[in-house]
Design a protein around this ligand. Structure first.
Ligand code: SAM
Length: 461
């Protein structure tokens, strides 16, 4: 764990997060030392990838065991082509019927080379989760780099490296070694931007298989808490479901798969080119029940309730279930070695989430289920939103979640112990120490060592 520094945040954001994790209710419950320890663990966890790769298997197309065996064969072929040939461990999750878990090996001791390629932070994060370096992600390379050169890859943490530079000494982190698959001149050609793999990683700092093009219809890379969301929503065949903030469509596709592709899943997203991604994913997974529209979901309730609508806006009470996987500050994402966001940006999401929530409640039928989720760790976007929702919409009640593999909600928003027990917070800072981790069964470790995530399930009475 010590190879990386902890996540680098603006001081005002660090102070804000510290005040969240050391709030009065937490201090009264666990004491100052434990609260401080959890906060530091969180900062350290965030800069590392989770120690398991989670794959959602398309069990609507084939049995889990068949997909597991096929995946094993494919990944073995991939390893034959690389320098390390180790047995690929792929384990089913005992409580989630469409999840396969693959342990990640790292951080490993990898020697840095003198030839250096610099990639954008997003690309660097993808490399830490098993990806190769795609040419558009490269921002700097040695002046005479040619195909076949062995290079060290660094992530530009603050986005300060100029595209086309030959070196960069700003804030950066080493992510592993690889072999260039393109000459420098090809990578930075302006008339025809380069596509495809620019550097094939052969000694990544964290070793996990690359899923690029591996069983595209059967194995979908998805964070464990995101898979849990689909199950918690509990869609049934024949229902009409709304996914309000859907792109790139990971959860939309999961919902459609859980319904056996019977019924209708309406997927909305405000950004037009992201709608194509939802459609591509639906096509890749052979799902026909998904209808994607570019639309601002805060406006998704029709002012003419009598009008039947196939597309948005919709009359009130149009859906059996609604998923609000809200746009959020994303502070639970891992790995995230640095964030340049200020407090203003971090705090800007609460009002938007509330507007979306208003639309969600109106669009839901009586007796319907609403699931609210985020991939962030703040109280303002999670437990405080639940407290606000319960106050604002007396028709909503919190519901138990199945499966419940994360922790309970966090203290600090004035919710009761019973209410907190109904919430699911994935809290990587609650991970055990090394000895406990080693002794725990793999799936228990995988349940704890996840991205930071939050799920609340409501019933509209
Ligand atoms: N549910 C997605 C999945 O699992 O693949 C991830 C959704 S991401 C957390 C949030 C999404 O909300 C982004 O794609 C963003 O474009 C979209 N978004 C933000 N504001 C929106 C709005 N007012 N209406 C609809 N979509 C919005």
């Amino acid at each position: 764990m010590s190879v990386f520094p902890r996540i680098s945040l603006k001081p005002e954001v660090t102070d804000f997060l510290r005040s969240v994790f050391l709030n009065k209710e937490v201090l009264a419950a666990v004491g100052h030392q434990e609260a401080e320890c959890r906060f530091h663990k969180l900062l350290s966890c965030l800069s590392h990838p989770p120690s398991y790769t989670c794959v959602r298997a398309s069990t609507h197309l084939a049995p889990l065991e068949e997909i597991r065996l096929k995946l094993g064969e494919e990944l073995k072929k991939q390893q034959m082509c690389s320098s390390s040939v180790e047995d690929v461990q792929i384990l089913p999750h005992p409580r989630i019927p469409d999840v396969l878990l693959l342990p990640v090996d790292g951080p490993r001791a990898v020697k840095q080379l003198s030839s250096e390629v610099v990639v954008g932070a997003q690309c660097g994060n993808a490399v830490l989760r098993g990806a190769h370096v795609f040419a558009p992600g490269i921002v700097a390379s040695p002046k005479y780099m040619k195909e076949g050169d062995l290079v060290s890859v660094f992530s530009d943490l603050e986005g300060k490296c100029t595209r086309g530079a030959i070196s960069f000494q700003g804030k950066r982190a080493f992510v592993g070694n690889g072999v260039a698959e393109m000459n420098r001149s090809r990578i930075f050609r302006t008339d025809e931007p380069a596509k495809g793999i620019g550097v094939r990683m052969v000694e990544p700092l964290y070793h996990s298989p690359s899923f690029d093009g591996v069983l595209p219809g059967l194995a979908f890379l998805q964070n464990l808490p995101s898979v849990v969301v689909g199950h918690v929503l509990g869609p049934r065949p024949g229902e009409r479901i709304l996914d309000m903030c859907a792109a790139p469509g990971g959860k939309t596709c999961h919902i459609a798969a859980l319904m056996g592709d019977q019924g209708e899943v309406v997927a909305l997203d405000r950004i037009r080119n992201k709608i194509d991604k939802i459609c591509q994913n639906a096509q890749m997974l052979h799902l026909r029940s998904i209808k994607a529209h570019c639309f601002n979901s805060t406006q998704a309730v029709s002012s003419d309730p009598s009008q039947e609508a196939e597309g948005p806006p919709f009359p009130p009470e149009s859906f059996d279930r609604v998923l609000l996987d809200a746009p959020c500050s994303g502070l639970g994402q891992r790995p995230n070695m640095a964030s340049t966001w200020g407090l203003k940006e971090i705090c800007s999401y609460q009002p938007l989430q509330r507007k979306l929530f208003h639309a969600a409640v109106q669009l839901l039928k009586k007796g319907g289920v609403l699931v609210y989720s985020t991939c962030t760790v703040t109280l303002a976007e999670n437990e405080e939103q639940v407290a606000w929702a319960l106050n604002t919409f007396p028709c909503l009640t919190l519901q138990p979640q199945e499966p419940h593999v994360g922790a309970e909600g966090m203290l600090g928003a004035g919710l009761t112990a019973e209410q907190l027990s109904l919430l699911q917070r994935f809290s990587p800072e609650l991970i055990w120490d090394q000895a406990e981790t080693a002794a725990a069964p793999l799936h228990c470790r995988a349940d704890r060592d996840t991205i930071g995530f939050f799920i609340a399930k409501f019933l509209k009475n």
